[in-house]
Design a protein. Sequence first.
Length: 136
Amino acid sequence: MKNEYIAKRKSVRKFENTALPTEFLAEIKDKINSVTPLFSGIAYSVELVEDINPTKTDVRYYLLLNSEEKDGAYENIGFIGQQLRLYFSSIGLGSYFRIGKPNVASNSNLPYVICMPFGKPAEPLFRELSEFKKKN
């Protein structure tokens, strides 16, 4: 099933500015708690935060991915993030990775690495194989 989403997913940068149901957010938090890190010896955190008054953007939800600074930390947090992106695709949510930290509060004591804006897509969530522009 995951291979199906790997083959057709794309980065979605336009979202509907609507709240997701509380039960849906709870399921996402459960998934966050069940991801498998690439390296178990690296401390990390994934925070789901909501910007209830987004300005200049239609992004309402973010995952903040934080990690201790250690060899393999970026690979580890990327591995975790990709698991969550695939999950989002499988439940009909769009997402992308963004380096810049959004103006939202964080409760993590670990350094910020990257964030993942996500939400209900306002553009197509998937693309056809013919739309991929990959080199041979």
